[in-house]
Ligand binder design. Structure first.
Ligand code: IPE
Ligand code: IPE
Ligand code: MG
Length: 243
């Protein structure tokens, strides 16, 4: 019976996650400081976000700063934090107007107060939007997210609101920063590195991966469209055998 049904597997990825890598090398190739590359990278974000609706991408999650990126020089870290504030200031109205709902994932505790306030305000401003859901991973690490989730789950048990017998994958996922988001269908990493660098460890268990040589500041909406469209040719089995 089920075999006669049309194939309803969506041909476009509903949720695309991107590890935006290669800003530093892009700047280096031009003999410029790394921050020059980060600024060029930030400009690309607008183009990629605006391309989502036409491509059927309802959710876009972008990796902006990892829990490991604090290991960089103080100049680069401070420059990036300033860039995030500038991005919010410059893009907020446009994101709001174009129906983008913005969320942030990651640990906010280590971020400066002013930036956190701006993040909260942008989330609030765009909370009623539904055209495209943009999630920005800022001070995000998959292990850190899982550790924070485990800690909160343990606390719920300690308080008697949950028993250890009730803990299953679904319960754990409810404690993750991404609890309201579907898992990514496609994860793209630019700049030629074939690793995930602590990004969405839990959520990408069955995601399709695409590693692209292009450095992030050169990643155009045409390249994005090509990668998104190539997703249609993939055969996702989720561990099962198709009959
Ligand atoms: C990605 O570009 C952006 C961040 C990690 C903030 P990089 O800064 O890692 O650029 P490369 O990998 O050094 O070229
Ligand atoms: C991953 O890139 C983090 C972001 C894109 C924000 P990195 O450049 O930090 O990753 P590694 O160090 O090459 O693994
Ligand atoms: Mg890098």
């Amino acid at each position: 019976m089920a075999r006669d049904l049309p194939d309803t597997t969506p041909k476009n990825p509903r949720h695309v996650a991107i590890i935006m890598d290669g800003n530093g090398r892009w700047a280096q190739e031009r003999g410029r400081p790394r921050l020059f590359g980060h600024h060029a990278g930030a400009r690309r974000v607008r183009e990629i976000v605006s391309a989502c609706p036409d491509l059927g991408v309802k959710y876009l999650t972008i990796f902006a700063f990892s829990t490991e990126n604090w290991k960089r020089t103080q100049t680069e870290v401070a420059g990036l934090m300033k860039l995030f504030r500038r991005y919010i200031t410059r893009e907020a109205q446009d994101l709001f107007r174009t129906g983008v709902r913005v969320r942030f994932i990651g640990d906010r505790v280590r971020l400066d107060e002013k930036l956190v306030r701006m993040m909260d305000e942008l989330e609030l401003l765009t909370a009623g939007n539904d055209t495209c859901h943009l999630t920005i991973a800022l001070n995000y690490g998959g292990r850190d997210e899982l550790t924070r989730a485990a800690k909160r789950l343990a606390y719920e048990i300690e308080c008697g609101r949950l028993t250890h017998k009730e803990v299953d994958a679904e319960t754990l996922a409810r404690f993750l920063d991404t609890h309201v988001l579907p898992d990514p269908d496609l994860v793209i990493r630019t700049s030629g590195e074939a690793r995930i660098s602590n990004f969405l460890l839990w959520q990408s268990a069955y995601s399709e991966y695409e590693f692209i040589d292009t450095l992030w500041p050169d990643f155009t909406k045409d390249i994005f469209a090509e990668v998104v469209q190539s997703y249609a040719t993939r055969d996702r089995r989720f561990g099962a055998v198709k009959v």
